[in-house]
Design a protein around this ligand. Sequence first.
Ligand code: GLC
Length: 545
Amino acid sequence: MPNLSQAKWWQDAVIYQVYPRSFRDSNGDGIGDIQGVIQSLPYLASLGVDAVWLSPFYKTPNKDGGYDVEDPRDVDPMFGTLGDAERLISAAHGLDLKVVFDVVPNHFSSEHKWFKEALRSAPGSKERSRFHFYDGKGVDGNVPPNNWNSLFNGPAWTRVIEQNGELGQWYLHLFDSSQPDLNWENPEVLEDFKTTLRFWLDRGVDGFRIDVAHGLAKEDIHIDHRNPDALIRALRVESSDLTKEERISLLTDIPFFDRDGVHEIYSEWRKVIDEYSGDRMFVAEAYIYPTSRLARYVRPGELHQVFNFDFLLIEWSASAIQEAITRVLSELEEAGAPPTWALDNHDSPRVVSRLKSEKKARALAMVAHALPGSLYIYQGEELGLPDGEIAPEFRQDPAFIRSAGKDLGRDGARVPLPWEADEKNFGFSTGTSWLPQDPSYKNYSIDLEEADHASFLNLYKTSLALRKKHLGLGGDSVLEWPDSPEGVVYFKRSGGFILLANTTAESLEVNIRFAATIILQSAEGASITGSIVRIPADTTLWLQQ
Ligand code: GLC
């Protein structure tokens, strides 16, 4: 990591992800909105985060929670107005919080004016060349141009009705049929995205999270996949019917992800962001295997950060945790980029539900908070929220709809936040919440957790404050790994900071061979006698030498 004088804010920032429709509703329509975020900024500042990232609030028919963008340079009325977005940026800046917006370049919504024009235009037209339109194969062209599947189930191609009323060409959509993939070989697409980036940069945003950043180049569109059904199962984390070797072999070669062409696109984007002062940044969502290829996205002249999803998937196991940390640090060191860590996001089961344990989730969070680089926190993670139980009739995720309910989808992690235990919808909205909240969410309400010194929320507040104090800007990224008993994560950072995590179900003793004091523990019950540290089961300790 660079020294203090060169450090950029994002290199060790804590960035809080807001999923706007589930955060806070200011106008009683049951859907969270930008005003709700503005009103809640003091809460975010009180957490000790450095920045807020908002998932999309752009004009959208909302078939995929706003990741189906109809106009990337306007705000959907459901979320507010362009003026609200501008006020959000200045209010956040007023509280010393940076602002990161989402940009969705793999696809537009089928309601975008370009796609409507494409449908009205003839095969081979310039309007169609902004997307991937192809004739079908087989008799009457009734077989899709290739055999790829949508990540949300079913084929990745939909056939259109031409102006003459007859079945015509097919268009590609890696996600829902309402999300046609853009053709990045068409220079108009790049120009349009440059305009969008400048539109928001001019309004003061400090960075962008790039959705499906690894998907833009479709160089191999004419290549069928050897096993498209298994590939989709491999992309799903919970695909239990595949062996590890089968998954790895499928994930290593995906014809629509991580093609070389994406890098030319990001070199162009980098030039745009570099026109602006003030350390603006890009972070890429790139779910790729092997993770060593992530470093290619953060080479000089490309993006600033790339998400690493290890902690979103990791087991509560000392060896797995040590392996992931050392691998990620060494892979990114090569590119000179700081790592990123995340336990949760709007696409994954919440960590408490995934690990089936609040105690383990608290302990894992304290490992993540102690690592070099930047940390992404998904709304509600700081409360220890579990996934919501949702009846099928309320589910909205296109992955649920396209699989006829076989894939439960991601709504469980999108249930609106509980703010005040005794209010309607626990203070989220005075109307009818777009997704029902579990009655159990009451116990996780922000007002209750604020008042309870042992709460998840207060653990997060304390750990983020200590992180800043002990591990702040300018800290190096070197971790030292002394020998430790099996089941214990043990590392040291410069400045005498020590982390010990006992991932076993028994309490354990570790002789650290010097005196230290405990500065934070994820659960009660730790003690030090001389140089012997006693760590309760499933507990992480931070010590200072
Ligand atoms: C990303 C988003 C996810 C969305 C998908 C398609 O993975 O995080 O929510 O469904 O892209 O845009």
